[in-house]
Design a binder for this molecule. Structure first.
Ligand code: AMP
Ligand code: MG
Length: 408
């Protein structure tokens, strides 16, 4: 573990990311029915229950014949082979069976002639289209041709979407091990904050951050969430943050970490023996962000209260760290070209809200949508996320590839 030193004050975003990763615990797994596994992070290796496909499978409606027999122009129909029926047998040369997509190939048959190429004639015969010559083995999906039994189908760390759910189902286990989300307390601090539904006066505001943070976390199946609103009162903060910290695996605080007279959060966390890992990141928005870990190894993220800052810090630094700690392996970070030239003079990393636009040629461009201030969360509507413009440059040309972080 890296201890806090003065070097961990006003740090580069890359170091902040690294320090968070070094201090995150590893969260456990739980076994759930498949129906409850959608969007969750897989935590076990999934192997094939059987060969795939499990039998030679007809891929067209038509007639099944023996390839050795394929130059014939007429076949006697000996019956029907439907999906879900055990394999019938082609007894003699010149025989065929009508076969349906998904059916097992009859014993003695290895080729399907599609229904479009045959015509039923009197006397239970099928006549092949003039000039049509089937290729031996055509329209048969051979047993095991996709993969063999016991082959590795899914690795731990993937998020379970539609294809993964199909694969899990085919693997035949009714339950699956997925990441157990940590329990997270989301704490808004500020005397001005009022929840929806409660009356408010001219000088108060709705506490939007805690619900917005919850929405961003729920989008990644972190759903063991508790929300709390606390006043700017050191005694109350000490008691209630202490309790929430005891009761939950993770604390995400918003507000009270800046330089104001009532910004008590860092001092309170210190009193609660949460060791500071870093304070302040050379980024905009979200410069005052604070991160620490308790003796019990529980991470505490304290985000500045301005709504844009809170959400940007959350999706750029907090949520990816939680996902990695829950076992997410796919850490590919999409880069998107900037849609227009943009300038930024301060020596800070700029986390700039963008809208993704697709050109007619199919190129995805990140169109800058800067907000008026870091309090202007209404300005985030119609944006898709933020891009990261590194420190050290002040002009970013159109087309510059930049890391993209999605709200979703
Ligand atoms: P602070 O970080 O406490 O200095 O707060 C910065 C700004 O964010 C102030 O204008 C606060 O009123 C606002 N703010 C703090 N917490 C919230 C919240 N939960 N919802 C909406 N705005 C907030
Ligand atoms: Mg405040």
């Amino acid at each position: 573990m890296t201890e806090f030193t003065p070097e961990h004050f006003r740090i580069d975003i890359a170091l902040a990311e690294q320090l968070i990763a070094e201090h995150m615990p590893t969260y456990g797994a739980e076994t759930v029915p498949l129906a409850a596994a959608t969007h969750r992070i897989l935590r076990s290796t999934i192997r094939a229950e059987r060969d795939q496909p499990p039998f030679d499978r007809a891929t067209m409606d038509g007639i099944a014949i023996s390839g050795a027999d394929s130059r014939r122009r007429e076949y006697r129909v000996r019956g029907t082979q439907a999906a879900g029926q055990a394999a019938a047998t082609l007894a003699e040369p010149g025989d065929c069976l009508e076969v349906m997509t998904g059916a097992v190939m009859p014993v003695g048959a290895d080729t399907v002639i599609p229904v479009e190429r045959v015509r039923a004639a009197p006397g239970q015969t099928m006549v092949i289209e003039e000039g049509y010559l089937p290729e031996r083995g055509q329209f048969v999906h051979r047993r095991g041709s996709d993969h063999a039994r016991d082959a590795e189908l899914l690795q731990p760390g993937v998020r379970i979407g539609a294809p993964e759910m199909a694969i899990l189902t085919a693997a035949g286990q009714p339950t699956v091990a997925v990441a157990a989300p940590p329990s997270i307390a989301i704490v808004s601090t500020g005397d001005e904050l009022v929840d929806v539904g409660d009356p408010l006066t001219d000088y108060q505001i709705r506490s939007s951050n805690d619900r917005a943070i919850a929405a961003a976390l729920e989008a990644r199946s972190c759903n063991r969430l508790t929300r709390a609103r606390l006043p700017d009162d050191p005694q109350a903060l000490l008691a209630q943050i202490g309790q929430l910290h005891a009761d939950h695996d993770v604390l995400i605080l918003s507000g009270g970490v800046s330089m104001g007279k009532y910004d008590y959060v860092p001092a309170i966390l210190k009193q609660l023996n949460v060791a500071v890992v870093f304070h302040k990141i050379l980024q905009r928005p979200g410069l005052p962000m604070w991160f620490g870990v308790s003796a019990a190894g529980k991470p505490v993220f304290a985000l500045p209260g301005n709504p844009v800052s809170t959400l940007v810090c959350l999706i750029r630094l907090v949520r990816p760290a939680l996902e990695a700690a829950m076992g997410r392996r796919d850490t590919r970070q999409p880069r998107v070209p900037l849609g227009e030239k943009i300038e930024f003079r301060p020596d800070l990393t700029w986390l700039l809200p963008v809208k993704l636009n697709w050109t007619d040629a199919g190129e995805c461009l990140a169109m800058p949508r800067p907000t008026n201030t870091s309090g202007d969360f209404i300005g985030l509507r119609d944006t898709d996320g933020v891009v990261e413009l590194p420190r050290g440059a002040d002009t970013f040309a159109a087309g510059t590839p930049v890391k993209f972080f999605s709200w979703q």
